[in-house]
Design a protein around this ligand. Structure first.
Ligand code: GUN
Length: 298
């Protein structure tokens, strides 16, 4: 079997066009331009690229956006004050604090300081709680994007055995919660593997849908994948490569070549999950703008 390539770049374009329509409608009906504030602390090059791409995507769909850059040695109170100011700033409906934060800044207290109605990353405990209860308003961009990739390519998770490898707060945990919900686009039987899992290959081989969110290149090998599975690769790993001008290449968590001979469908890296994360952040920002006008849906 040769896998169908799940083109996240093309789907993200479709979703961005849908977002642009929503933005135009909010502007016309309410005179409000949805706005996103990005907070970037320090000078990690990968984080800077992510934030730049997010802002570019905002511009493209007619949103307002601004990046707030703080130095790598910014004190906890400095970052906290920045978030508190943005909570009060009505130009911004969404606040994105790019993670990870430098070690002197306590990530949890910064996340908890974000107004839950502006939490477009869906990581404030209030929004995580709503996701646990199956009534989320903001789902973190990566799992939300993966759900769209599955559903819009005809791979309905309902009744499927889904195995998620990775238990991060921003991908693994919300992915599992999202797909185990009752309702459309979910209703799967979900298993989560992590560093404490003893027999990962045995478990992944049972997956109809396998989500790899481990953060290490090529760890999901063909022997770990069932024939005909749908494989979603969340990894964006930098691997040294002298033949490239920038000195590295990007590789996923999945050993793409051999796995794509066995899977029914697979996301590429790059061009799979990555563009969808940004597209869903835009969706969440439109939701946040609507909440600022109408309140939360009941
Ligand atoms: N760092 C890596 N992925 C993400 C993300 O989706 N949101 C934020 N805020 N930081 C990240």
């Amino acid at each position: 079997m040769t896998a169908n390539i799940l083109d996240g770049k093309a789907l993200a374009e479709t979703i961005r066009a849908e977002v642009a329509t929503g933005v135009a409608e909010i502007k016309e009906k309410h005179g409000v331009t949805p706005g996103l504030a990005a907070v970037l602390v320090g000078d990690d090059p990968a984080s800077a690229i992510y934030v730049r791409n997010k802002r570019r995507a905002c511009d493209e769909v007619g949103m307002f956006s601004e990046t707030f850059e703080l130095p790598a040695d910014a004190a906890q109170d400095h970052v906290l004050k920045c978030v508190q100011d943005l909570n009060k700033d009505s130009r911004f409906h969404g606040i994105l604090v790019q993670l990870p934060l430098p070690p002197q800044v306590d990530e949890r207290s910064i996340i908890e300081a974000i107004d839950p109605n502006k939490d477009v990353d869906g990581i404030h405990p209030f929004n995580v709680g709503k996701l646990v209860q199956g009534r989320p308003d903001f789902v973190p961009g990566t799992p939300a994007g993966i759900q769209q990739i599955l559903v819009r390519n005809g791979h309905d998770p309902a009744g499927a055995n889904v195995v998620v490898c990775g238990r991060s707060d921003i991908v693994g945990k919300p992915m599992a919660l999202l797909l185990m919900q009752r309702g459309a686009g979910a209703n799967a039987t979900v298993t989560v593997c992590h560093t404490g899992t003893k027999n990962m290959a045995e478990i992944t081989r049972e997956a109809d849908i396998l989500v790899a969110a481990i953060g290490k290149a090529n760890v999901i090998t063909a022997d770990m994948v069932k024939e005909g599975a749908v494989v979603i690769d969340v990894g964006i790993n930098r691997v040294d490569d002298e033949t490239r001008k920038r000195g590295y290449r990007l590789e996923g968590d999945v050993d793409f070549g051999p796995v794509s001979e066995k899977a029914a469908a697979i996301t590429p890296v790059p061009g799979g999950v990555g563009p969808m994360t940004i597209a869903m952040l835009l969706v969440n920002t439109v939701t946040a703008a609507r909440i600022s006008i109408h309140g939360r849906p009941s």
